[in-house]
Design a protein around this ligand. Sequence first.
Ligand code: ATP
Ligand code: MG
Length: 771
Amino acid sequence: MEAYLAGLNDAQRAPVLQKDGPMIVIAGAGSGKTRVLTFRIAYLMNQGVDPFNILALTFTNKAAREMKHRIAQIVGSSEAKNLWMGTFHSVFAKILRFEADKLGYPSNFTIYDTQDSHSVIRAIIKDMRLDKDVYKYKQVYNRISSYKNSLITVKAYFQNGELQEADAMSKKPRLGEIYKEYVDRCFKAGAMDFDDLLLKTNELLNRFPDVLHKYQSRFKYILVDEYQDTNHSQYLIVRALSDKFQNICVVGDDAQSIYAFRGANINNILNFQKDYDDVQMYRLEQNYRSTKNIVSAANSIIDKNKTKLDKVVWTANDDGPKIVVNRLLTDGEEGRYVASSIFENKMQHQLNNGDFAILYRTNAQSRAMEDALRKKDIPYRIYGGLSFYQRKEIKDVLSYLRLILNPKDEEALKRVINYPSRGIGMTTMDRLAIAAKEHNRSIFEVIENMQNLNLNINRGTQTKLENFVNMIKSFAIMNETSDAFQVAETVTKKTGLVQELKKDGTPEGIARIENIEELLNGIRDFVEGQRELADATGSLSEFLEDVALATDLDNDTGDEDRVALMTIHLAKGLEFPYVYIVGMEEDLFPSAMSMNTRSELEEERRLFYVALTRAEKQAYLTYTLSRYRWGKLVDAEPSRFIEEIDDQYLELMVPQDDYKYKPLINTDIFGDDVDKSKLRQTKPKGTPPPAHKPSEEQLRKLRKLKPASQQPEQVRNTLELSEGNEVEHMRFGKGRVLKIEGAGQDKKAEIDFEQGGIKKLLLRFAKLKVL
Ligand code: ATP
Ligand code: MG
């Protein structure tokens, strides 16, 4: 038996060793599902399966990267690089680019983000002269998104009387028309939205048997993590691709299904056994992540759900401290408590910021936490929310870049054709849009052919339009021989974007210029990183693909030591030694929107289960007595979920002063709305909680934190590197040279990096420090 298989228990080893056939692993949180997938892939490769024949679908790109890194450590080669691994969206975007022409799309199709989609829908609602208070664009978008994820195409929609009736009943009889127009406009713009990446993959596999055959034959082994949160569209793709070999392994936990609101279908997991012949079902029961207190508390919660598969989760880990519950007056106080508690834990247990996570139900709750952390000088990072790439000035630059690759991209064109102002007005744009529709051409093409069309646009404006088109074309020519950074830098100068912001002169304008500079820095970094890789060039199209599919979790390079702040939805699959779950209040968590039906409430409860099971060593729950909601200060009640936890796992506290907490004595402080029998006095602990011996992981981090000056720094010529040398890279961290290939200018090194996994770098460009 290979040595690494000893890192699994018997129950985990079974699905790893079953090489062929369909199998499902259903197990609770922290029981090693993701670990099983990782080891299974390593095992397959050791058995001689070509990594090109393995497809692994994960929930975030970050998860994929971590998995690849781990696999590379086990199989000890750069072969891991050849695995098809990533999110559904990133893997199938790649395949769609290869096959785009079959569906009538350009291979450099644009990926519209949610903002782009919203903007298209707003324009349609306006053009159709519909009441925007009835046809709320976000609702319309969500509805269209759910149709797409259920594979209800426009045609299918119009054949389905029930759907039309339902939309009519909700006072939106023209939803189908909007759907049709939306699809048309995206297609004409050579753009796919996020849902299209799945819908079009399905279309591709359904309509073209040879394409289906090609990918069925390629993906001999398919693995899916977090299977409980796949939607119908994703389900069908997996089903189609695995049909030939039926070597499919899915892992999931019905108790962690939290994306029903986005169309995830728990039945995918429940029906798996019906979909394939001879399905092997595996269960894992031992949790390796959390203390006994946390595991037991989580079990006691999920037990309240009626719809669930019966599962056992236990742990051999220590009891650990009880779950601390604290009540604060306001969200400001809540923030201060969390920040002080983090500070205190850090001091007491010698921890890093990265050992802590603050989880909340809604993004808006982050502000109070941020304020408090800032005051205490605790570095933090927010995941989710408006990302850098969604800021106006950044989207402006990106729109120019998108247009260069895909001149049909209508959202990009509309955004920048008159920004900075070139005297191209709304009337002109309307005329162009009408002509584009009439001639079935993109606006860009209409401008190119203006001479031959009778457009009723005056000569002066025509010249302005021509200048714009020529400018974009000149960028496109430059792009053929330049990298993403060179193109982007030229664009910011030549378009007048930066000058425009300079003219503005306000602090906001200056901040925007700084953001654009930051973007350029980011592009330069990206290009340099890509150029170091033997199989990439740092082109504009590589950069835009990276941006389009990056989620906020993915930008985490993990090289900065920060407290993590994120919504519970984003935290799925992750783990942290210390977890604070804040805002444990009725109407907030469970959310006011989710209390109408049992199934909604049960989804909220699963969300709480996910939150609690992220914690390894200790969990904290906080709630406030009053909170600003919709601009009003309202009384808040403690969440029913606190009461649902078996109270033997809880420790109820009230703050005394900044760093010391004393156990609750006066139960009246909770008011009349709480079952007081639950709030019995918890005995004060005579001694502080036992100091935890730092785990290997923490030790590793602590070692890494040694100030740089203590390490010998000797910069040598990287071209002289040889096998076994220790090096450090700005982005990938420390690493060891595995292999040197080529000579002179083409000399490459294969390096195993602590953070970046195995990379093949061109030494001519590689920014390495030899240690
Ligand atoms: P989730 O449901 O939250 O996604 P999971 O079932 O995927 O959890 P993993 O993330 O794979 O669980 O494992 C949880 C933690 O336990 C990880 O840190 C993992 O490395 C560790 N672990 C799992 N199995 C073992 C084992 N046999 N020996 C040592 N550590 C293990
Ligand atoms: Mg997992």
